[in-house]
Design a protein around this ligand. Sequence first.
Ligand code: SAH
Length: 472
Amino acid sequence: MKYFPAFLRLEGRSVVLVGAGDVGRRRAEQLLDCGARLSVIDPSPAGPVREAARAGRLTLVERPFRTGDLDGAVLVFVATDDPEVNRSVWTEARAREVPINVADDPSKCDFIVPALVERGDLTVAISTAGRSPALASRLRRRFSAMLGSEIGSYIAVLDGARQRLKDTGLDFEQKKRVMYRLIDSDLQQLVRESNREAIEHRIETVIRQASSDLVDRESRGCVYIVGAGPGDPGLITVRGLECLRSADVVLHDRLVDPRLLEAAPDDAEVVDVGKRLGKQEGLQELIHDSMVGHARRGKIVCRLKGGDPFVFGRGGEEARALTEADIPFEIVPGVTSATAAPGAAGIPVTHRGSAHAFMVMTGSRANHAPQEEWTGAASLIAGGGTLVVLMGLAHLPMIVQRLEAAGCDPRTPAAVVSRGTLHDQDVRVGRLEDIRVRADGVVSPATVVFGNVVLERDRLEELRASVLRRGK
Ligand code: SAH
């Protein structure tokens, strides 16, 4: 590590700033905020610095820098655009061994000033060791958005909980566990909602659980039914990720990307229910029992499902089971592959002037569903609409047969999008009559699309190529 990270306490300490232009003025404000005893040296300082001097907040020396100006200083900042001045201040600081920072000249910096995210008592300092201030600044923006505006109040709530722990008789390790548990819970969300009662209840329960280490009927856990998105781990929602991060137990489907599971807490129990429980009879009931069981033991359960939980995900049944068991739960919708897989392949499921409606069907019933279901789909396509079929790859020949029997034009554009949104996404385009052949060798999961919107893919691809060419 090139720089030692530390937060300095400057209250009442003597700090010298040479140069009070724009950069210097901002630095002066920060130093005054920290309570530093500030001397500013500049022959023609910016207006606000003059005003601060008049108000007695700092000492202003309105002349060029001279040897001896650093007397008694514990820290020196230089923010002039004159390399000569910078050099002479730096030489003197060096001779006196006072740490110095020269703006925009890393070679003359004993310390650097990080990019900051500040929310109440929270400060996140970001440094790239001076190598890319632009990246530091952008990261600052990202962290800032990630932390949420409630973080100041959240810290106050956590501090309150920490004070309360003092009288509980818990030992250091137990207290630490309580604090981590609170932070990993939905407490921040409750603070965001200003839900005082729920905040109080959450803190009470976690402390009580730690004190008794017993199963407490009152302290039921909860279940988040979360949509993980279509494939790429970046396509989960912000809320979904938050729930995953706060889980004690994660019950996920096979389709969920392993990279996403890394977001679960280190000590969370992560169960692939698809794999663990297999394709046995009554699997769904076993999942219900597992969710209910964990929640009754006071656990926060994240039921993580591919795409959207309510699109061929049996999320509705799970929600019903939780209602019947009187377990609190929240539905966190996800990005469904029904629209995302075609979308990632450049196929908009609706398109102005082309398709005004789209329909999502399961292909798994192709062998036994009544023919009327396919007649409806065929007339939708004939009217210019789009048919999206999930779970259709294995039954593709039967699906084609059903649509043809329902009078669907064999020339209807068709596409198969395999592993949509993932790095090995594979798109095959054809017509109803030849899509089976074109989809040869494609792997699951795959989404099948029928309708004129498939033709948009070529137009979009062409446009995209020309935009990229122009960009070069
Ligand atoms: N609830 C999920 C769908 C579950 S059914 C959702 O909303 O996306 C599973 C089917 O979804 C698969 O058979 C396939 O048709 C489709 N699917 C899931 N992930 C996919 C992906 N990455 N690319 C294409 N299709 C996908």
